[in-house]
Design a protein around this ligand. Structure first.
Ligand SMILES: [Zn+2]
Length: 73
C-alpha cells in the first residue's frame, strides 16, 4: 500500500507548510504592533508627528526625514 504512505507524507508536508505560514503571519502581526507602539516625536520645524526611527536629530532639534523640511528657510 504505497499510496497510503504517499498520502500520509503529503498531508505531513502540507501540515508543515501551514504551520510555517501561520508562524510567519503571527510574526508579521507582532512586528506591525511593535512599529505602531513606537514613540512618536514632533518635528521642530514643520510640527509633523513622526516615528522616532524616522526622525533626524540635528543640534538637539528633532526634524523629520522630509527633504523639504530640512531645507534652510
Ligand atoms: Zn519636519
Amino acid at each position: 500500500m504505497p499510496r497510503i504512505l504517499l498520502l500520509i507524507v503529503l498531508v505531513w508536508i502540507l501540515y508543515l507548510i501551514l504551520k510555517r505560514v501561520s508562524a510567519n503571519l503571527t510574526k508579521d502581526k507582532f512586528t506591525e504592533k511593535k512599529a505602531e507602539n513606537e514613540k512618536m516625536v514632533l518635528c521642530s520645524k514643520c510640527g509633523c508627528h513622526i516615528p522616532m526611527s524616522e526622525s533626524l536629530t540635528t543640534d538637539n532639534q528633532i526634524t523629520c526625514n522630509n527633504p523639504d523640511c530640512t531645507k534652510p528657510e
